[in-house]
Design a protein around this ligand. Structure first.
Ligand code: UDP
Ligand code: MG
Length: 330
């Protein structure tokens, strides 16, 4: 069984990538030329503050297969990717970073794997993480273990957004319009037949990663809170456990007083218990707050992004006329 590709869409989110985007464009076009299938290259400018949008507009004007979706501000990579996917019309779509950490040449291998048949999604899986610090590697490892245990959804390790998806998996993904977009989780959640393609992740070609540890921490919180309510349950169990311990302790005190009298000691233990319980209550409230905040954000039902301008591909079907993050009713 083999799969034919009629139109291959490449989606590239870009935020402040003026140093790399030229080199990226050259390498991806080389790759696409060798693939010699119909293709469209969709750049999403995610509110860059540098010359990235001008450069991208230039690409789109020079090359009939290149489109630019210019977002109204920086919405974050997840929204930018979604914008690109919304505007991709290919029956097969590849998502790739602009910073050359995902080598564009690998798309050939992905397409080959897909064409062999039997898969809906081919995701790239890192075998090495050159150029990344020990702390980043270790925290990533911990995060995957933790979330795997907690959610029950098998999120593949060492997997980013670099992947090939066919139309039905893209359509499935696009039905998930939640605001808190933990893409790794969403990619896994849709299911279908997914296969890994191992690769060596290169260090960034130029420019700086926009991820720092605070963002990484928030990213982990995002992953956990948007995929599992386990922390709420854990809080409930911790509460149950402390009340049982408190009840036993209470019985102990009563018995102790009855048997041995009450010498009115215990100020330190009283303070410890009060502080401990106070802390526990605040923590639990915080966890509830996290979920409440997310519910609040989802309840607003805001579009995921707004588009300032679309420079469409010239020789293909017109880009679907979506001007914001809302999918037009079919
Ligand atoms: N990116 C984006 N919007 C953002 C941050 C990043 O579109 O707010 C893009 C960025 O241009 C790049 C990709 O997402 O193409 C990955 O970003 P980065 O290299 O900073 O992340 P890392 O590789 O460190 O995970
Ligand atoms: Mg990067």
């Amino acid at each position: 069984m083999t799969e034919q590709i009629r139109l291959l869409s490449i989606v590239v989110p870009a935020f402040d990538e003026e140093d790399v985007i030229g080199e990226f464009n050259r390498r991806i076009l080389d790759t696409l030329r060798e693939l010699s299938c119909e293709h469209e290259l969709i750049y999403v400018n995610d509110g860059s503050r540098d010359r990235t949008p001008d450069i991208l507009r230039g690409f789109a004007q020079q090359n009939a297969n290149i489109a630019l979706v210019d977002l109204s501000r920086n919405f974050g990579k997840e929204a930018a990717m979604t914008a690109g996917l919304d505007h991709a019309s290919g029956d097969v779509v590849v998502i790739i970073d602009a910073d050359l950490q995902d080598p564009p040449e690998l798309i050939r291998e992905m397409v080959r794997m897909y064409a062999a048949g039997g898969h809906d999604v081919i995701y790239a899986q890192r075998t090495s993480r050159s150029g990344e610090t020990f702390v980043k590697k270790a925290s990533a490892h911990l995060f995957y273990r933790f979330i795997g245990r907690l959610t029950g959804i098998d999120i593949p390790r060492d997997t980013g957004d670099f992947r090939l998806m066919n139309r039905r998996s893209v359509d499935a993904l696009l039905q998930l319009r939640e605001r808190h977009r933990f893409m790794k989780g969403l990619f896994a959640w849709i299911g279908f037949r997914q296969a890994a393609m191992p690769y060596d992740r290169d260090p960034r070609f130029a420019g700086k990663s926009k991820f720092n540890y605070w963002r990484l921490w928030n990213f982990s919180l995002e992953g956990i809170t948007s995929f599992t309510t386990a922390p709420l349950k854990i809080a409930a169990y911790v509460g149950l456990f402390t009340s049982v311990v408190a009840a036993l302790y209470g019985i102990g005190i009563v018995l102790g007083t009855l048997l041995f009298g009450n010498p009115v000691a215990g100020y330190p233990s009283l303070l410890v218990v009060v502080l401990f319980l106070g802390g526990l209550q605040l923590l639990t409230l915080g966890i509830i707050g996290e979920y409440l905040g997310r519910t609040f954000n989802e309840a607003k039902q805001r579009p995921l992004y707004f588009v300032r301008e679309i420079v469409p591909c010239r020789d293909q079907n017109p880009v679907p006329a979506r001007t914001d993050g809302v999918v037009a009713p079919e």
